[in-house]
Design a binder for this molecule. Structure first.
Ligand code: FE2
Ligand code: FE2
Length: 158
């Protein structure tokens, strides 16, 4: 079984998903549930092909599935979710028998997924796909969103 599919049934990961959805139940802005994670996975893989990075699909998808797993800790304890997520992701990846070099690369990419100064191709993919995944063109909260006009996805690209 792929690392991605082991993550998808990992109890700690599923617990994070439950917590995230509980904390975002009434949120009108972008949420961080399955739909977002799969959008990020697929866009990141498209970018991986377009840019010729040649990264393994399982690694790209594993990073995408885990990148927001610490989101609830930001809402609950004000811990930045890239930091909380990297810590949780390391544990989940080890429980999923992920190769140790991937554990390091994925947790580093998660740490960098919000800042746009990625130190790796995987971090670059995660940052870009995360931003490009949001359908601002059909969002009811767009006028109240704090993204700049330049950041918003007003046209369909991916
Ligand atoms: Fe995030
Ligand atoms: Fe995200």
């Amino acid at each position: 079984m792929t690392v991605t599919n082991r993550i998808a049934v990992n109890p700690l990961f599923l617990q994070c998903m439950d917590q995230n959805s509980k904390y975002e139940k009434d949120r009108k802005f972008c949420k961080h549930g399955w739909e977002h994670l799969m959008d990020v996975a697929r866009i990141a893989y498209i970018l991986n092909l377009e840019r010729g990075y040649g990264l393994d699909r399982d690694q790209v998808y594993a990073a995408a599935l885990l990148h927001d797993c610490g989101r609830y800790l930001e809402l609950e304890q004000e811990i930045p979710h890239e930091k909380a997520g990297a810590r949780l992701a390391k544990q989940i990846l080890r429980e999923c028998d992920c190769p140790e070099d991937w554990v390091g690369q994925i947790t580093q990419a998660i740490l960098e997924h919000r800042q746009g100064r990625a130190t790796s191709e995987l971090g670059d993919l995660l940052f870009e796909a995360d931003k490009r995944s949001r359908p601002c063109f059909r969002c009811e909260a767009e006028l109240d969103c704090n993204w700049s006009q330049a950041q918003k996805n007003t046209k369909i690209k991916y």
